[in-house]
Write a protein that binds this ligand. Structure first.
Ligand code: PFF
Length: 447
């Protein structure tokens, strides 16, 4: 059996989980989803999803991972011998490829903006010109594919050199810095004339603006943002030490992640309303709005550069955790060497990512239900794969897994108190499954 090493410190373990959770999901996707779905009501539903389903599912993944110290498939085989639950792992593996496929295209855009910021090209334009700038990027197959591939090369280089831990260490300095810079940008953005309108939009829950599709989007966004449902946190927590408090760690990951998402919204929307950008602009939203904020700041050149650099690192720690899912699986279940597992993972990822990168230009007439390949992957990742995975995890830990193991993991074999256990089990047994199944049935027209 492959020898497994643990995280050196408790902080290292949390930092890695937070590193996985905090990424483009918070900074890029959350504002655009909130914009598309009308703001306040979406955010309220989002927060309920985090508390009632997100954090309980994080905790469940931690329980599965740490109680077995193995990848999802081996864990499920060990926890339920002779049963076929482990087959669900394949859904997680496919899901992880779908996420990283579209995600790395956006990482590519971030690198382009980092480059443009370094060249000083983000300065001195009107908001219309920023729209044109983004359009010309996505219309160019070479630039889109080139930046995406560059990002993937960096990602897999880090992984093949075995320096992910180094990156995580860098990220544990960068993350607090990202937090700080978000706060600075929020303050700046709130001084813009559109701030009042933005705060109303973000925090006044007008339920007439929220459809059932919006509720599904909020749930999918919560799961994607927390990195749950495709066994990422099972893989990470399989390396956790036995004395960490899983409940505290799960709550820390959930709350920090949500704070970053909300701060991103507070940073983006005053500028959206000030510069007259449509809140419903979708995936392009932050790219059209951010340069305008930098321009308003003294030393805008420096802020832009720092911002994109920090977002780059935040996304790198997320894609590292994503790629680790199939890599650990291939190494432990198919007895591959690490370089070989990395090569296969890189190959599949590149194919999907190139398709996604080309879906705005060369392949833009391939559409299903009005969505291009990128949009389909983006949608399927959170609203199908992560939700199904979340449902599976909730039902498995809530109904099927041995309660004694759950109790042992929550209390570290009796050393800690676990007041949250009944709450956890209630959320996993009833709230999560009933809500997810209800939303699915409603949207497919069955009820
Ligand atoms: N949570 C990451 C983000 O918000 O950017 C994305 C992600 C990472 C999703 C890892 C899933 C995952 F397994």
């Amino acid at each position: 059996m492959t020898k497994r090493v643990g995280f050196a410190t408790r902080l290292g373990a949390i930092a890695a989980a937070v590193g996985s959770a905090v990424g483009l999901g918070n900074i890029w996707r959350f504002p655009y989803e909130a914009g598309v779905n009308g703001g306040g009501a979406f955010i309220l539903v989002y927060i309920c999803c985090i508390l009632l389903m997100g954090i309980p599912v994080i905790l469940s993944e931690f329980i599965i991972g740490r109680s077995t110290h193995s990848n999802m498939k081996a864990a499920l085989r060990r926890l339920s011998p002779g049963k076929k639950y482990y087959l669900f792992t394949y859904v997680c593996i496919i899901g992880s490829f779908v996420v990283i496929g579209f995600y790395s295209v956006v990482c590519g855009w971030i690198i382009e903006y980092l480059y443009q910021a370094a060249m000083g090209n983000l300065d001195g334009h009107t908001s219309q010109e920023y729209c044109i700038m983004f359009n010309s990027l996505v219309a160019s197959p070479w630039r889109c594919v080139g930046w995406t591939l560059l990002f993937l090369v960096l990602n897999f280089l880090v992984m093949s050199r075995g320096i992910e831990k180094g990156i995580e260490r860098v990220a544990s300095i960068m993350m607090p810095l990202l937090f700080l810079i978000l706060i600075i940008f929020c303050v700046k953005s709130l001084s813009l004339p559109g701030a009042k309108k933005a705060l109303y939009f973000l925090f006044y829950p007008d339920f007439s603006k929220l459809s059932m599709r919006g509720v599904l989007d909020a749930l999918g966004q919560a799961f994607l943002s927390l990195s749950i449902g495709i066994s990422c946190l099972v893989t990470y927590s399989s390396y956790f030490k036995d004395d960490a408090s899983l409940t505290k760690d799960a709550a820390t990951v959930g709350l920090l992640d949500t704070m970053v998402a909300i701060l991103s919204g507070v940073m983006i929307f005053p500028a959206v309303f000030t510069f007259g950008v449509e809140p419903t602009a979708g995936p392009r939203l932050i790219f059209e709005v951010l340069p305008g904020i930098f321009q308003q700041m003294t030393g805008g050149y420096f802020w832009a550069l720092l911002f994109f650099l920090l977002v780059f690192f935040a996304s790198l720690t997320s894609t590292i955790s994503l790629s680790e899912i199939p890599i650990t699986f291939m190494i432990e279940e198919h007895k591959m060497s690490r370089p070989r597992a990395i090569t296969w993972t890189a190959l599949f990822t590149v194919i999907l990512a190139v398709l996604a990168a080309l879906s705005f230009n060369v392949l833009d007439d391939i559409k299903l239900w009005g969505k291009n390949i990128f949009d389909m992957m983006d949608y399927a990742a959170s609203n199908i794969f992560m939700l199904l995975g979340g449902l599976f995890t909730a039902v498995y830990v809530g109904w099927i897994m041995d309660r004694k193991i759950i109790h042992e993991q929550l209390t570290n074999k009796g050393l800690l108190k676990s007041r949250m256990e009944p709450y956890l089990i209630f959320c996993l047994r009833y709230i999560a499954p009933v809500s997810i199944v209800f939303i699915f049935l409603y949207l497919t027209g069955i009820i």
